[in-house]
Design a protein around this ligand. Structure first.
Ligand code: SF4
Length: 357
């Protein structure tokens, strides 16, 4: 594409955006903190789902100071259900770094912004351009798709070469005088007009400049090299009732749901039925010397995450006494379960359990 074409495409995108854009709360602000929060929420979350989370989050944590001074557990609670919890942990960590190293003021240059935890090239470009009008092109999935179709290049967008190639195109196409507006416009265009399935080509203002449209290749682009392998995990959760109390543990280590709480868990290599779970070493150790009474046959749930499928079984176990092993868990009143950050999977089980009681 030549500069002349770039100029026309930019103008069309801005005109299209001014007519078609959605009114979203984070578009009404120039506050880099709020723009940053919205971009982190939107990294792996659809706009519709992220909307309420964003409003709740910035109401409770309206600025860097309030986020930096809160404790991580509360931040995770506000994130509950959104998934990818490292986003919340990094937001909190970064807020503390800004508070301590940047006098509480959000940094206004790209290098400082990208140095913060949880901020990669995309988010740094988004905050730099939306809040500070710096000339950095944002390149997210929507933009990879639009550019791959406009140029009709069959370079896979999920490879290093493909990413580099389309980033360069995005940077050349960027309107250096209004980078924030341009980035917003092309992303919105990808989200609403040049959609993954059934893009609205017949009414597209860019169709004249779209090589894929001219060559009838729209359905085939963008190209992706390969899908990430999905692994299966088998979780057996124990909702242990000891009078009015129950038990939780905090997830630590490098795994999903780090720092969230969960019911005592026995993970197995494959699906096991209750009869075999009762004979497993972990179960025997957990209830050694304690009389147990199990409600029913358990509840099965299939929970899909981006790279994992979790086959979960939940068992409700009643006890009257505890041993040393159980005493190592966090014992809490059942009525306080709601105040702990937990995975959406466990939340669904508990919601059903307490509505069925
Ligand atoms: S013509 Fe179709 S494929 Fe090309 S930019 Fe427009 S919507 Fe996307």
């Amino acid at each position: 594409m030549h500069e002349n074409q770039h100029h026309k495409i930019r103008t069309i995108l801005i005109d299209w955006y001014n007519i078609n854009k959605r009114e979203l709360p984070w578009r009404q602000t120039a506050d880099p903190y709020k723009i940053w929060v919205s971009e982190i929420i939107l990294q792996q979350t659809r706009v519709n789902q992220g909307f309420d989370y964003y409003l709740r989050f910035v109401e409770r944590f309206p600025d860097i100071k309030s986020l930096a001074e809160s404790d991580e557990q509360e931040v995770l609670k506000y994130w509950q259900g959104l998934g990818y919890y490292s986003r919340a942990r990094n937001l909190h960590k970064a807020a503390r770094i800004i508070q301590n190293n940047f006098n509480g003021v959000f940094p206004s240059n790209y290098d400082d912004i990208i140095s913060l935890p949880g901020i990669g090239e995309y988010t740094a470009s988004a905050v730099s351009s939306f809040a500070f009008n710096l000339p950095y092109a944002t390149v997210d999935g929507n933009i990879f798709r639009v550019l791959s179709r406009l140029t009709s290049k069959d370079i896979p967008i999920d490879t290093t070469v493909g990413k580099r190639f389309f980033r360069e195109i995005a940077q050349q196409l960027l309107d250096k005088k209004a980078p924030g507006l341009h980035n917003q416009a092309i992303m919105e265009f990808g989200a609403l007009q040049c959609t993954p399935k059934s893009p609205n080509c017949s009414e597209c203002p860019l169709s004249l400049y779209c090589e894929a449209y001219k060559l009838n290749l729209v359905e085939l682009l963008p190209i992706k090299q390969g899908k990430t392998k999905v692994s299966n995990r088998y979780f057996n959760y124990l909702f242990i009732k000891n009078g009015d109390s129950t038990y939780l543990q905090k997830r630590t280590g490098k795994d999903i749901w780090k720092n969230l709480y969960e019911l005592p868990l026995i993970e197995t290599k494959e699906a096991v039925e209750l009869e075999n779970l009762l004979k497993s070493k972990e179960f025997v150790r957990m209830f050694d010397g304690v009389e147990i009474n199990i409600d029913g046959n358990g509840t099965k749930k299939k929970h899909i995450l981006s790279h994992r499928i979790i086959y979960a079984s939940f068992y409700t176990i009643n006890i009257n006494a505890e041993n040393e092993y159980l005493a190592n868990f966090l014992k809490i009143p059942i009525s306080e379960l709601k105040s702990y950050p937990i995975s959406r999977l466990t939340e669904i089980f508990l919601e059903e359990k307490f509505t069925n009681v």
